[in-house]
Design a protein around this ligand. Structure first.
Ligand SMILES: [Zn+2]
Length: 159
């Protein structure tokens, strides 16, 4: 069984190293599909969409009508500070691929227990920048749990 919820927001960004146009500050009407796979429970439900919305809404609200900016983009950070623009600083370049991975990790950090309780087996995030292109990142809940354990107990990795 697969269930999906769509989110949308308006955001600005740029890729300073790009030479094909994306180096200019520009905006997207971002659309995101969050797909969850697993078995429906006895009542015929995998997970309540409302619970997923509750987890992701703070992030979407923080990104809506904001400039998504890489912490390495000092010129844009300076411009944002002059303009006093709403912004969200990220530790990576704001490509769709990186944003997609960030959202999966955000969801895991906020709701891994919830996903496990509902026996969700995998998460797929599809982030659409424009009408004609998207990036997609799929990961199993088990892989996210193992990654979280490594992060919480780094000595496990060393031994
Ligand atoms: Zn763009």
């Amino acid at each position: 069984m697969k269930v999906a919820k769509r989110f949308r927001w308006e955001g600005a960004h740029r890729l300073p190293w790009h030479t094909g146009g994306c180096q200019n500050l520009h905006g997207h009407s971002y659309q995101m599909w969050v797909e969850l796979k697993g078995e429906a429970d006895g009542q015929g439900m995998l997970i309540d969409f409302k619970d997923i919305k509750k987890v992701l809404s703070p992030l979407i609200n923080a990104w809506d009508h904001a400039v998504l900016v890489a912490d390495s983009d000092h010129e844009l950070l300076q411009a944002i500070s002059i303009l006093k623009s709403k912004h969200f600083i990220l530790p990576f370049d704001t490509t769709s691929e990186n944003l997609c991975e960030f959202i999966v990790n955000f969801l895991a950090a906020q709701a891994l227990d919830l996903l496990e309780q509902h026996k969700v087996s995998s998460i797929n995030v599809r982030l659409q920048e424009t009408e004609t292109c998207y990036a997609e990142h799929e990961v199993t809940v088990l892989a996210l749990r193992l990654k979280k354990k490594e992060f919480e107990n780094p000595e496990v990795v060393k031994s």
